[in-house]
Every structure is written in C-alpha cells, then in structure tokens.
Design a protein. Structure first.
Length: 568
C-alpha cells in the first residue's frame, strides 16, 4: 500500500522518513501534555528532530511551501510592517512579500483558522501562507521589527531638525549644558547607545563623511553600519557626547578623551569616549564596558585541552610573571580575569590595577587608575606593595617604570599577571627588552607568555561547505594535497547572523613556556626567531597553527585565518 503523507499524522511521516523511531514518538506523545506543545514541537524539544526535519514533514503533510532562508535576507520593511509587531509576535506570523494581489505570509502554523481569519482582517488582502520554522521566525521578527523601530525613531529624531546652509567654519550647533531632553540630537544619541547595548556591540563609531554621518557598531570584532543621519546633525551629536563626558565643547582642534557612566533597564555600562579631529569634522569612538557580573571562565574561551592544561599549570605558580600579549580588542583582559576567577580563594589576596576596570570580580581588590589626579599605574603599584598582595594583575605594561615594578614584584615572591601589546609570544620578549628591562631580569622573572587573537565563529544556522581558491590556500600555507583532506566551511549568511555568516568569537592561542633553555637564550640576548624555533621544537603551537586547527574543525573560516594570522 502506497504511503500518502497528506493522510498521515506527523509522527507517522517522521517514522516513515527514518528520522525518529516508534519508541521516540511514543515517548513524545506521553510527554506532549506536560509540554503543552504539538507532537512535532515536542519531538524537537526532546532533541529527536531538528527544525528542518519538522518543516520537511509539515511540507509533505500540508503541502505548503517552505520559505527559503535566503528569501528572508532583504525584505521590504514597508511590507513587513503591514502586520503590527505585537500581532506578528503573538500569532507567529510575518509578511514577507507581495505576490500578485495577495501578501505572502510566513506562518509557523498555517492551519490555524483563527489566526488566518484575523490576519485577513489586519491586512485587508488575500493571503498566501508559507511555512517557517519557529526559531527562524523569532530571529527574523527581531531583526526586521528592530530595523522598523530604529528607522521610525530616527525619523522622529531628525524630523523636526531645521536644515540650514552653513560654510565649513560654521558647522557646529552649540548645546547648553542643560540640554532639552526632546532635542533631536538627544533622541538620536540615546537611540544609538541603546541599540549598541542591545546588539552587544563593543564600540560605537560616529564619523563625518561628505554628505552624511556614518554610525557603525563593532559586533564580533567587525564593524557594521547601522544608520546614516544627516551631516547637519553631526556637530550637535559631537557636542552632546562632549557634554555627557564632561569635555570641552569649544575645543575642536585637539583630541579629547572622557567617559560616561550609564544605567539602563538591562545593565550598567561604562562608556570610554575618544574624540579626534579629522578633515571632515570630529570623529567619535565610544567603547562600551559592561559593569555587570563577569560571565567567562577558562573552559569557554577556546583553549584546546593541551593548552588549557599548560595555562592552568602556570597560573597556579607561587611567583613569576605571566604575560598575555596581542592588539587592542584581542581578549587579553578577558583571559586574565577568567584566570583570576579560577584561582581566587579565601586564603589569597588578589589585587588588580587597571585602566579602566573592564570586569568586576567579587572577592578581588580592583583599583582603577586616574591620570588626571596622578593615580598612575606606577603610583598605584607602589601602594599595592603595602597591601600584602599574593597575586597582582597589572592591566597593561606601557612603560619602563611599570615594567620595572612588575619585575620586582615577581622577584620578591608575588605572582604577576599582565598584558602587553606585541605581535606574538616571542616578540613579547623583544618588546620588554625594548622598554628597557635588562635581559637577565626578563629571563629570571618570566613564567609564561601567551599571545592571543579572537576569530569569528561560523553561524551554526547557515554553515555550509566551501571550496577555497588557490590564492587562499597559498595565503594560509596549505598545499592542494592537504586541502583535499580538509572539509572547509563558511556561513552563507542568514537572518540569525544578520547575513554575515558569523556568530560569536573564540580565541586562538600561542603559548610559550619559559623553559630552562629559553631562559638561557633570553639571558644571552638571542633573537626572537631563535627563541621561536626553540619553542616550536618544544611543542609550542603558533597562532597560525591554532587558527588552522579551528578552521579544520569547522569552527571558523579560511578568510578569518588569513585576516588574523601570518603563515609560518
């Protein structure tokens, strides 16, 4: 007898397709009442099927077309907002396009007659239903209705702005310190900061172009343009940021730095403000620092088991220096705070000196430097020595004085953690010598040097196979023969990742253990290439090798490897 899915139950279809077993369907039926879900969603909640499995089964049963994810990438906002957001969220529906005289509506349950009739009344037009997965719909609703809200708010903010012709010397809008809360620039700056916090952005860039202002957020290490207000608003935006961060509004020729403390309904944020003059006007960059609880630990940073074992061994030593090196934004502070979180206990006095304090750790004494009142790293550290510390974290070694104090701490029975800007682990030694520390002091004090970077991880919702070009293979140092054994991946872009193909970041690490042999080479003033060769011979995995490993495991892409590392 021929199996006809249109006359079968969803469980029967899934069993027939070999996706689930009869026992699994029976279990789901028994638990269905407790979950308050339909059978298909219950099976999905139990982990027996994926959303795609369920959609394919529903397609066979109901004969509705399944919406393709690439169709959701560039929807017309005018079509989307035909359905009010509260109705769309509550009824799990979304208008996606016009088709003749009807509106194509993505629905998680197109057989729901009540929803269908209500939707016809809302739209006042015929409806062509298509199937969509629940999680895909959730992400798509959030993405587009967020854009609709942002666009609407920006239009409200700039709608009352009076545009006037000005020459290059009169392009600033003066703002009194008592700013009207309803002023367009106030609404706009509030909108920008609020959206940045919601998006988990680390930085906000507000930069003047020729005809408009470009606002970009740094999300997962990459800049994304989010809005383009009129250029006429730019001077007012800059002035308002200066007012909020207590900077000099009249000074437009010199760089200025300040900060803003914000409290939102979601979390408290410290905003570090940098303003620099450019040929088209002043550019503002704001770094957002979350004041909330530190949520990272060493096991979630991306370490391999071998590297994690090595790192843990050295952070538990009684004295010496552990240095994490890399450029700004490479996760150095996160790694060291995760290390402190792991080793802190009631018997140990841990003190940090930072600029600024990026993460708050309960049970640890944290000091924030303030250059304006001469509370420098060096001055803070000299006071810390009288605080009976066991472990000291120095936010960054910037000069000879700070480095000298760190060395002396480590040579007098203290364990020191710190960061340094350097390209890789061996180059960190060269950097210390360049700062002016004697080679015998560097050799005597160093325990471990770890260079790190953050690579973007492929979005799990749109991961697909990828064939790299010959040029890309050459750039990462992989032969065609080696490439044949690697299953390269990339994200094709979807609504879950805002069409970037990436979601989140993970660390890549280069750990140099200062062994007796390397200690001797540092003492003798050997160059960093020789030290690197020795470390590799002793088992050090380079940053490039670490990135290649993440690529082979399908965690990141070959483009990220090329972007962030140098082939050995």
């Amino acid at each position: 007898m021929t199996f006809n899915p249109q006359f079968a139950k969803i469980g029967e279809i899934l069993i027939h397709r070999g996706v689930v077993t009869e026992d699994q369907v029976t279990e789901a039926i028994n638990k269905q009442v407790n979950f308050g879900l339909k059978l298909g969603e219950t099976l999905r909640k139990l982990g027996y099927i994926t959303e795609k499995d369920l959609l394919n089964a529903l397609y066979l049963q109901l004969d509705y077309e399944v919406v393709k994810e690439d169709e959701l990438l560039n929807l017309d906002l005018q079509i989307v907002k035909l359905i009010p957001e509260p109705f769309a969220v509550e009824n799990r529906v979304m208008a996606i396009k016009k088709k003749g005289n009807s509106i194509v509506v993505a629905m998680t349950d197109p057989e729901n007659i009540v929803n269908y009739d209500s939707l016809k009344k809302v739209l006042g037009k015929n409806i062509t239903p298509v199937l969509i997965g629940d999680s895909t719909l959730t992400d798509t609703l959030e993405r587009y209705y967020k854009n609709i809200r942002t666009t609407s708010q920006m239009e409200d903010a700039v709608g009352s702005f009076e545009f006037v012709a000005v020459d290059e010397d009169e392009n600033e809008i003066s703002i009194d310190t008592k700013v009207d809360a309803d002023a367009p620039v106030v609404k706009l700056i509030n909108l920008i900061i609020t959206e940045a916090i919601k998006s988990n952005a680390t930085d906000i860039h507000i930069e003047p172009l020729t005809r408009n202002t470009r606002v970009r957020f740094r999300i997962d290490g990459a800049l994304r343009e989010v809005m383009s207000p009129p250029i006429g608003l730019h001077p007012g935006m800059v002035s308002l940021v200066k007012v909020m961060s207590k900077l000099n509004i009249a000074e437009r020729r010199l760089p200025q730095d300040g900060h803003i403390s914000l409290r939102t309904a979601v979390k408290s944020v410290d905003v570090r403000v940098s303003i620099v003059p450019t040929v088209t006007g002043e550019k503002v960059v704001m770094r957002l620092l979350d004041k909330g609880e530190f949520g990272f630990n060493l096991t979630t940073l991306g370490f391999t088991e071998e590297n994690l074992t090595t790192f843990r061994k050295w952070i538990k030593r009684p004295y010496g220096i552990t240095i994490v090196s890399g450029p700004t934004g490479s996760g150095k502070s996160t790694t060291l705070h995760a290390a402190l979180k792991e080793i802190k206990d009631i018997e140990t006095n841990i003190v940090t000196v930072e600029d600024p304090v990026e993460y708050r750790l309960d049970g640890i004494t944290q000091i924030e430097t303030k250059e304006k009142i001469d509370l420098t790293f060096a001055r803070s550290l000299r006071s810390v020595l009288r605080q009976d510390p066991d472990i000291v974290l120095i936010g960054e070694i910037r000069d000879h004085e700070t480095a000298d104090i760190a060395i002396k701490f480590s040579l007098t029975g203290h364990l020191v953690f710190t960061t340094l800007h350097a390209n890789d682990a061996p180059a960190t030694i060269t950097r210390l010598l360049d700062i002016g520390i004697q080679s015998y002091l560097v050799a005597s004090s160093l325990n471990l040097i770890m260079a790190q970077r953050l690579v973007r991880t492929i979005c799990k919702n749109c991961i697909t196979d990828y064939t790299p070009s010959q040029e890309e293979l050459q750039d990462v140092g992989i032969s065609a023969e080696e490439a044949a054994d690697i299953n390269f991946k990339k994200g094709k872009g979807c609504v879950h990742c805002d069409n970037t193909g990436y979601s989140g970041r993970t660390g890549i690490f280069e750990i140099l253990e200062v062994t007796v042999e390397i200690r001797r080479q540092i003492f003798e003033g050997k160059d960093q290439d020789l030290i690197r060769d020795t470390a590799i011979k002793n088992g050090m995995q380079t940053l490039h090798d670490s990135a290649i490993l993440q690529m082979k495991q399908g965690v990141t892409t070959i483009k990220e490897v090329i972007k962030l590392t140098v082939s050995d």
